[in-house]
Write a protein that binds this ligand. Structure first.
Ligand SMILES: [Zn+2]
Length: 291
């Protein structure tokens, strides 16, 4: 089934909510980067949060998430936009540890807890918004919650989960974000806090195959949720052979000639999707002719 995201309001507009299925999206990242299970969970949780944060943007706005926790996984980078497109990678994709004491993938150990989560939002016209918080958990869901509460000052709760099959492929992935709107009533806050204490953990909801709509019903209570919009979600990189060609052309004739003379070819690698673009001597010569 294709991944999608739903946007919703709850409790008569006092609560804004997002939920998403990302099984295929995280699966594509796993296949492209050959991530091992703990790395898949860390990257998948980050991409799942990322695509929901992206869905909060408008038009051509986009954001980049960078998580550097000092752990063996190294940096996690995720890009997302308002159209449900997300891409991401981790510095050391072949990172895996034994399950933690709760029988879960030990994301905290892979990510580390000594570092920062930062988000840069490109809101157009060379205007950027940057927020940064220290990592408080390393399990990432709590870290995104802390980011939203502290840096964006929106009372929020983030739940993200990724389950991995024994052959390293992705069994299921998804998550939710709920946010309290200004002017929210005390009894709504109490009701939501009570629900969050007692709901099925997100990893369990994912395992049970709950749809984004069902996740919101579970988190906010059936009958409380008003769906606003549904958005398809996918792993999509912004790189292309044409873009790389343009970059090469922008280097100028001498630089390209130097590549021909030195290596007789050129190669460009995209970290985000792990694609390598190869340019032969003839390709490079035709680029020079274009100039
Ligand atoms: Zn790419």
């Amino acid at each position: 089934m294709e991944d999608y995201l739903v946007k919703a309001l709850a409790y008569n507009g006092q609560v804004r909510a997002y939920a998403v299925s990302t099984t295929e999206t995280v699966g594509e990242a796993q296949r492209r980067h050959y991530t091992w299970p703990t790395a898949s969970a860390a990257l998948g949780r980050s991409m799942t949060a990322g695509v929901m944060l992206g869905a909060m943007l408008k038009g051509e706005e986009k954001l980049t998430i960078k998580i550097e926790g000092g752990g063996p996984l190294g940096v996690i980078l995720v890009d997302a936009n308002a159209n449900g497109e997300v891409r991401g990678y981790v510095a050391n994709p072949q990172t895996h540890f034994d399950l933690n004491e709760h029988g879960k993938l030990d994301v905290r150990r892979a990510v580390g807890t000594d570092g920062m989560l930062s988000i840069v939002k490109d809101i157009g016209l060379r205007d950027y918004f940057t927020g940064q918080v220290p990592l408080v958990s390393g399990e990432l869901g709590e870290d995104f919650t802390y980011y939203l509460v502290t840096s964006e000052q929106v009372p929020s709760s983030v739940g993200v989960g990724v389950l991995v099959n024994p052959d390293n492929t992705i069994l299921a992935a998804g998550g939710f974000i709920i946010q309290l709107m200004p002017g929210v009533e005390d009894e709504t806050i109490t009701a939501i806090e009570e629900r969050l204490r007692t709901i099925t953990p997100i990893s369990k909801m994912i395992q049970q195959g709950l749809t984004p709509e069902q996740i919101l019903d579970e988190v906010l209570g059936e009958g409380n949720v008003r769906l606003l919009e549904k958005l398809p979600v996918q792993f999509k990189c912004q790189c292309s052979r044409e873009r790389i060609s343009n970059t090469l052309v922008s280097l100028g004739k001498d630089e390209i000639q130097d590549m021909i003379d030195t290596d007789g070819q050129a190669e460009a690698h995209c970290h985000f999707c792990n694609e390598t673009y190869h340019f032969t001597k003839e390709d490079l010569e035709s680029l020079i002719k274009e100039l």
